[in-house]
Design a binder for this molecule. Structure first.
Ligand code: FES
Length: 106
């Protein structure tokens, strides 16, 4: 099972294991990681699962689609690595992934 490290805006780390095929959002919710609200349940319509991926990891995830990009554009604290965690599936290649969480979701 791949291991994912979520880091809150204040530096608090949460290391979780999640099944391949689940989303990063589900990994956070399943393990009660604060900062991922996921109001819409993963249908790419709320933007409350915003997260940041480090540049080095972006090549290991599919590019964002237009609906995800549109939603991100309306969020606070957008950065170059901004993604919606509900749109990224856990894969074996993501073992060790670091996911940072925006202050605006706490
Ligand atoms: Fe709503 Fe990701 S959970 S957009």
């Amino acid at each position: 099972m791949p291991t994912i490290k979520f880091i809150e805006h204040n530096g608090t780390e949460h290391v979780v294991e999640e099944d391949v095929g689940r989303s990063l959002m589900q990994a956070a919710v399943d393990h009660c990681v604060p900062g991922i609200v996921a109001d819409c349940g993963g249908s790419c319509s709320c933007g409350t699962c915003h997260c940041y991926l480090d540049e080095a990891w972006l090549v290991h995830v599919p590019e964002s689609q237009s609906d995800e990009q549109s939603l991100i554009e309306g969020l606070l604290d957008v950065r170059s690595g901004s993604r919606l965690s509900c749109q990224i599936k856990v894969t074996p290649e993501l073992d060790g992934l670091v996911v940072r969480l925006p202050k605006s979701q706490f």
